[in-house]
Design a protein around this ligand. Sequence first.
Ligand SMILES: C[S@@+](CC[C@H](N)C(=O)[O-])C[C@H]1O[C@@H](n2cnc3c(N)ncnc32)[C@H](O)[C@@H]1O
Length: 299
Amino acid sequence: MTGEPASAGSGGTQTVRAAFNRLGRRFTAAGLENAALDARLLVCHAAGLSHEQFIAGPDRELAHENLRCLEDLAERRLAGRPLARLIGHREFWGRDFALCDDALVPRPDSELLVEQGLALLTGGVGAGAGRIADLGTGSGCLLVSLLADFAPGLGVGFDLSQDALATARANARVHGVGGRALFARADWLAAAGLFDLIVANPPYIASDEIAGLAREVADHDPRLALDGGDDGLEAFRRIAAQARNHLVPGGALLAEVGSGQAAAVAALLAAQGLSADPAEDIFRDLAGVERVVRARKSD
Ligand SMILES: C[S@@+](CC[C@H](N)C(=O)[O-])C[C@H]1O[C@@H](n2cnc3c(N)ncnc32)[C@H](O)[C@@H]1O
């Protein structure tokens, strides 16, 4: 959007276009990576505009309270608060997911879990009944995406955080799968039954590496969603020890792993009697990083 009037901001009013252009320049000057996108999303959020309304009405005047709200959002963005935390939602696998402080902001890398999960489900994994467990469900983005794109599926999302579970439940309702999804507080698979597919994106950052992550992650994502213990593999050890007893014969587990962890996680799963062949069961994300490990329970 270009053509900002020279008088933009004078007299305390601004059009949508002027507010967007000014904010975009501020964010660019501050070195924000996605300055224009962040500016657009914050203007839309502050003014209660949809993307379509933003495009269709660049000359609309913003009310004073919208401008005050926008300024407050801009300052918090410039202070390092992630965009998704400011607007309270994030797109994942083509759908919008509401967030809360206890829910990790869904990452594009995790879409690989959905892609591989759908391939297994449509291929009739396990008994072909489409029973899915999502360990550490957070916003529910994995389970909700799988259920939304695999209509016969039924699933349970587990987490330790009640706030995350409430958010996941709401996301399931919004995306029309609330009747096929349950959300329950549990320590990994402790309270679980039997499943055809288990998906897990557990915390996998080594405890002493968390402080060195980008500030937007280290300061704003929940510690419970990040901290994988001394070597980053603690949650995988616990999940590997439980998974075999909660899979039907022919069932499979898909786990997201951190960079450099895939072979170690495949070995942990194999040591618990699941088959995970490093040559066939490790999948790379779009950046070429080994990101998902698949393990199967033999018939
Ligand atoms: C990396 S986040 C993944 C969130 C979501 N599945 C996603 O992919 O965006 C890990 C999640 O595991 C949950 N968690 C941590 N420890 C847990 C445990 N012992 N049992 C169940 N969930 C746990 C955290 O609360 C967090 O929601």
